[in-house]
Each structure stands twice: as C-alpha cells, then as structure tokens.
Write a protein that binds this ligand. Structure first.
Ligand code: SF4
Length: 309
C-alpha cells in the first residue's frame, strides 16, 4: 500500500435524491409494463454508465444534444415516454399526449418547484431572468416557452432598460459563487427585482464541502463524473475557487493517470450527483492500493468486504 499521500473522500457526494428517484421510477416502469415499448426522452440523468445500465432493463434512450426535447419527441413513435429528472415544458407534455404516448414524469421535485414559481410570476405579468446554461434541458424547459423569459449566462446577458416587475431565479445546479455575482449585478441595475435562489440543497452542500477543503491542505481534487453533467463541472469550479492546485474530472478509473496524483500529498475525491457510487469507489480503492494494476480492483470484492466489516 502506498502511503505517500493521504486520500480523503469528500462528504456528501454521489447520487442526489432527484437522481435516485428518476432511476427508481424508470426501473419500476419496466416492472409494471414488461411488454411495452419504453423510451426515455434524453438522458435520464447525465451519466453514460447509468444510460447503459438502463438498456439492461430494455429502456431505450433517445438523445441528440443538438435537438430540443420537443424535437426529440419526433423520434418516439408509441408506448411510454419517460421525461427526465431535468423536467420538460408544457408544450412537450401536450405534444406527447397528442401523439397518444403514455407519460411517466421523472422530473425532480426541485426542478418542478422552480418551474412553478416561474409560471406564477409570468401569469402575474413579471419578466423572468433565468440564470442557467443554454442548451441544458432544465434551462431549456423554462427559457424556450415564453419571450418574457431571459436566459442569463453572464453579466452581458442582463437586459437593460426593461420597465416592469422582474423576477430572478436559476437552474438548480449552478455555482453558489457565480450566482451571487449575477444576483448582485442584477440588483444593481434593477433594485426592485425579486430574487429566488433555487440552487437545490444537494448541489449546495456538495459545493460547500469542496470549498471547505480550502483549509485542509488538499493539493489534488479528483471529481468523478460525466462531461455532460453540470453539477460535476461546478464541483471542479469549486475546487479551483478553493485554491486547490490540481483539479481533475474523470469519468471512471480508466481515465485516471498516475501523473495526476503521483506527487500529491493530500488527495480529495468526490463525484457528481448523477455518478454511480461504484465508479468513485473504484478510483478510491485504486488510489489507496497504488501501484497495483487497475485490473486488480475488483469492485464486487471491495463492496462485499465492506458489507462484512
Ligand atoms: S441536483 Fe438537485 S435538482 Fe438536480 S436532480 Fe438532484 S436534487 Fe434534483
């Protein structure tokens, strides 16, 4: 065992409640409808391993990053359609019903809550400033619906000289740091704007746990997560904000290279809210047993040993 460096697992990390619920709903749907065609509209959660695991349940995913959910729906002919944890807008639901599809909605309750606030404010005549990421399905469900909604990715996107009430909210997986700056800038331009910070608790506590590493002499942070996962990207950004010298995002153990950690003194490891725990555990076990060959990391054995301990 190599004891040159210390390895700390950051807590909390891994699946959030919304991701767990979506995966359980999809599996349950197959159990209840063993012979139906079931299609997931976009990636159920942002992780390729999860997507592949779902094919074992004969759950098909239609995904094309250049297409909106509304456009993707053209690829679903019949049967059951599952809406992902990121939510969809009303026009997608209506289109699915018109096509005669049965809907299973796995949207996270926190995403639905933000959608509800936006709808209430639009009905009350407000303009909505939505801080989010263009093309992300959660943001798309809100900004593509109404021309009184403005997507804000950076300060330059804040509209000037609007007259009327303004409601400001955000995608649930944004950075707790970036959003403060954007809220402050909006308040400077529109002092009467109502602000609802909708970063979900799972995102917030995972990001704060990384920021707290600042005082723990961590020199290397490894974030296990999918390149398409916004919350994973933001965990990396928190590592940079916590002044950690080396920050790496890897999808799995295969992407971990010795040059990333060989000279480290203190490594922290975490994973995105849609990353299966076993992917993070494999990386952790490899780090503490390095330089054993990667093939020796037998996850099932590791988990069995832990259960018996
Ligand atoms: S990150 Fe937050 S909003 Fe997204 S699925 Fe998880 S709990 Fe829900």
């Amino acid at each position: 065992m190599n004891m040159k460096y210390k390895v700390t697992k950051v807590k909390p990390q891994g699946y959030c409640g919304g991701v767990l619920k979506a995966i359980q709903m999809a599996k349950e749907c197959r159990k209840l409808h063993p012979n139906e065609s079931i299609t997931i509209l976009g990636n159920l959660v942002h992780n390729n391993y999860v997507k592949e695991a779902l094919t074992l349940y004969d759950l098909k995913t239609v995904e094309d990053p250049s297409k909106t959910r509304w456009e993707l729906l053209d690829l679903v002919e019949s049967g059951i359609v599952i809406f992902t944890a990121h939510g969809v807008n009303q026009s997608v639901k209506e289109k699915a019903i018109k096509k005669g599809l049965t809907i299973v909605d796995a949207s996270c309750p926190f995403v639905l809550q933000t959608q509800k606030f936006v709808e209430q404010k639009l009905n009350a005549g407000y303009y909505v400033f939505y801080i989010g990421k263009k093309g992300h399905p959660e943001a798309e469900a809100i900004y593509s619906e109404n021309d009184r909604v403005f997507l804000i990715e950076k300060i330059e996107d804040i509209p000037k000289n609007l007259k009327g009430n303004i409601f400001v909210t955000n995608q649930t997986t944004m950075s707790v740091i970036e959003i403060k700056d954007l809220f402050a800038k909006i308040k400077e331009i529109y002092p009467d704007a109502s602000i609802y910070d909708e970063i979900c608790n799972a995102t917030r506590v995972r990001q704060e746990a990384i920021l707290a590493l600042k005082d723990q002499n961590v020199d290397t942070l490894i974030v296990v997560g999918d390149p398409s996962s916004n919350n994973t990207k933001k965990l990396c950004a928190m590592g940079v904000s916590a002044a950690i010298k080396n920050v790496y995002r890897i999808e799995d153990l295969q992407q971990l290279k010795p040059e990333m950690f060989q000279n480290a003194r203190h490594i922290a490891i975490t994973s995105g809210a849609s990353t299966p725990t076993y992917l993070m555990e494999q990386v952790y076990e490899y780090l503490i047993h390095y330089p054993c060959p990667k093939e020796k990391i037998d996850l099932h054995k590791i988990l069995d040993e832990k259960r018996q301990a």
